[in-house]
Write a protein that binds this ligand. Sequence first.
Ligand code: NDP
Ligand code: A1CAB
Length: 268
Amino acid sequence: MQTIVFAGAGSMAEAIIQGWVNKGVVLPQSIYVMNKSNKLKLQDIANRYGVQVVSDRREVLSKADCVILAMKPKDVVAGMKDIAPLLGEKTAVLSVVAGTSIETIQENLGHRAVARVMPNTSATIGMSASGIAFSDEVAQSLKATFLQLLEAIGVVIEVKEHELHAVTALSGSGPAYLYYLIEAFEQAGMKYGLEQSTIRTLAVQTVAGAAEMLKQTSEEPKALRKKVTSPGGTTAAGIQALKNHHFKETIQACIDDATKRSIELAKE
Ligand SMILES: NC(=O)C1=CN([C@@H]2O[C@H](COP(=O)(O)OP(=O)(O)OC[C@H]3O[C@@H](n4cnc5c(N)ncnc54)[C@H](OP(=O)(O)O)[C@@H]3O)[C@@H](O)[C@H]2O)C=CC1
Ligand SMILES: O=C(O)[C@@H]1CCC=N1
């Protein structure tokens, strides 16, 4: 793609740009950024990644191959109304916005090719876990291009559009749950006099090592868990405490409420 415009230049846009530019999969000259009002932020992104700031919206949007919607859900309808009259006939849309449906995007931007992706901020280091759904207007070649762009920032799985709500709850928001887990490990370990930096190193490596074990051995999480858990040992005591405190129910409530929120966002 020659021209890709980010409509919205916040955390998620920056994570994707950083992933693409660092890997060299999209040339910085092909990437344009625009936002609502924060000009300093645009200049900062341009300085750091070598991308272009949109100055003449009509000129850039009319020739764009793809516009990436990367605004907050509450801003997206107003944002789409701003750009709708300026888009080229063939400009495709890739949306990272949680909740907003392909139907809503097409109502506002016309019946053009639309892909909805739910990445996560680990795109920054090429480690996103993304779910993607396509409108019927997306031709096979465009689909391949979108998948290639998303694969450059991590793993991508095609899902049905309605499944994106649960994908958002699991892997879109997922990094935050894991950061929260590390915060909790640190708080818990400090009670026993360990330095925060020591706990950080141990906890991060433990999470990364466990994830790699799942990837490299292809064993079931349950089987790997059993290998750690000696009868009558420390792990059994820890797991029992998690059960006593309704760990699985807590995770279910977390995914339920995040999924519900994604569905609500689609209606707002
Ligand atoms: N953060 C995350 O982990 C993830 C976020 N998402 C989705 O990505 C989207 C963006 O989130 P995030 O990057 O965190 O949000 P940010 O608040 O960091 O960024 C939002 C951006 O949208 C811009 N914006 C607002 N209104 C308009 C408009 N009318 N026209 C153009 N730009 C506009 C803002 O500009 P200004 O600063 O000038 O107001 C800002 O640059 C959300 O919809 C979210 O659901 C998806 C997956 C993960
Ligand atoms: O919290 C949110 O709404 C967005 C979507 C997934 C991650 N961040």
